[in-house]
Write a protein that binds this ligand. Structure first.
Ligand SMILES: Nc1ncnc2c1ncn2[C@@H]1O[C@H](COP(=O)(O)OP(=O)(O)OP(=O)(O)O)[C@@H](O)[C@H]1O
Ligand SMILES: [Mg+2]
Length: 395
């Protein structure tokens, strides 16, 4: 079953809800790019309000190809540079116009050293086609150069009334019988996030009926299961008892909890002593994790959970009252992506080796150099590159 977020993603500007001004600005920016004072546009607004999908809908309507660097791609300074180099140098296939989408620029990995933004700025300066960036939060200091040189396009938070209308329409077309109260509650709960609304509607509408009680349960489920909520409880609660059950019922594996904590601890605990104590708990928990692995002694799991929840929670002297945006740990993702990247590259190298009578090793060394050639459809066809390999080349 396809996801509602896919089924109901807007295909053209007419289908984008509640963002008329932004969409007009975006369209104008793309269509009259040559006359623009700014060479990039920066779309910003709350989560799930249609930034990314608007770029796709408008590009689709205007007949543009999108070359995208999104947040699940590995993005550091050099990978941004090489993406932009190849994207900007690329001839368009059959003269289809193209645009470049850098999604979620507030989540670039090298933000600390500003390297990512400066790589991006260099690309923007020399670009001859539209570069569109999206972000939730423009306040970040590092985004300043980008803010200054871009046309800023603001996306609105979707209000509750609009949200109800959207939900009603989708419920109808999916033949989900939903009562009015349930839909308003759901609309209130998702707080402007259409993506969350569609996911919730799809999850709870499996039975083809949706009532108020179910919607309330839905918000309950979120409170206990999301790792983000668990982190909030661990970092902010002042008693160990409250923190203790935080990890009982969460939606990620315990191994991943280590990464989440490790990634976010330094942002949350600002005093050196609190940090030191917290890391002590983390490393003791890690010792137990090792023992489980070696001795298969699963009772240690309880210790781990306690150390990570109550232990880390009580390591602080006082809670950090500012709200911290917890980052998903990128480490696992990066490890996996690096592996996948090399695997694809090897695959392509083998095909090149075959056709060009090179050794596999030599072909592997040449793949990057040959990339501009691999962009060409006839070359890709000659090498019999499959869809995944072609998209690897285009990255
Ligand atoms: N304004 C909208 N009109 C129609 N559908 C929308 C709108 N906003 C979001 N959606 C739906 O929600 C899904 C997610 O939207 P989208 O990815 O565009 O959000 P976003 O603003 O880019 O969020 P994020 O800040 O998390 O990247 C889309 O696939 C679409 O189905
Ligand atoms: Mg987005």
């Amino acid at each position: 079953m396809p996801l509602f977020t896919t089924t109901y993603a807007p295909q053209n500007s007419q289908q984008i809800i509640g963002q008329e001004l932004a969409v007009t600005q975006l369209k104008n920016f793309i269509q009259n790019y040559k006359q623009q004072k700014n060479k990039a546009a920066l779309l910003h607004g709350p989560i799930g309000c249609g930034k990314t999908s608007s770029v796709y809908a408008v590009a689709n309507e205007l007949g543009y190809d999108i070359l995208e660097l999104n947040s699940s791609d590995y993005r550091d300074q050099s990978s941004i540079s090489s993406f932009l180099d190849s994207a900007l140098g690329q001839q368009s296939l059959f003269f289809t116009p193209k645009l470049i989408l850098i999604d979620e620029v507030d989540n670039l990995s090298g933000m600390q050293d500003r390297g990512c933004i400066s790589a991006l700025m260099k690309g923007i300066e020399r670009s001859s086609f539209p570069i569109i960036c999206t972000a939730n939060d423009l306040a970040e200091d590092k985004l300043k150069p980008l803010r200054k040189s871009s046309l800023i396009i603001e996306f609105q938070k979707i209000d509750q009334k609009t949200m109800v209308t959207v939900l009603k329409k989708i419920a109808e077309s999916e033949r989900i019988i939903a009562d009015e109260k349930a839909l308003s509650a759901l609309a209130r709960q998702v707080d402007g996030d259409i993506r969350a609304a569609l996911i919730d509607l799809q999850l709870s509408g499996v039975t083809k009926t949706l009532n108020y009680q179910e919607v309330l349960k839905l918000s309950d489920r979120k409170r206990t299961q999301s790792i983000l909520q668990a982190l909030q409880v661990i970092f902010k609660s002042s008693s160990a008892e409250t923190a203790l059950p935080a990890l009982d019922d969460i939606d990620v594996e315990i191994d991943h909890v280590f990464f989440w904590l490790d990634e976010n601890l330094p942002k949350e605990y600002l005093s050196v002593t609190a940090l030191a104590k917290a890391y002590e708990h983390l490393s003791r928990a890690d010792v137990f994790r090792g023992r489980i692995r070696r001795q298969q002694h699963w009772r240690f799991l309880v210790y781990i959970s306690n150390l990570l929840s109550a232990g880390i929670s009580s390591a602080k002297d006082e809670k950090n009252t500012s709200s911290v945006r917890y980052q998903q740990t990128m480490r696992l993702l990066k490890m996996w992506q690096a592996k996948m990247k090399v695997a694809k590259k090897k695959e392509i190298a083998e095909k090149i080796a075959d056709k060009m009578h090179l050794s596999k090793k030599r072909a592997f060394q040449e793949v990057d150099f040959l990339k501009p050639l691999l962009y060409r459809q006839d070359v890709a066809a000659e090498l019999e590159l499959n869809e995944e390999e072609v998209s690897w080349v285009r990255k």
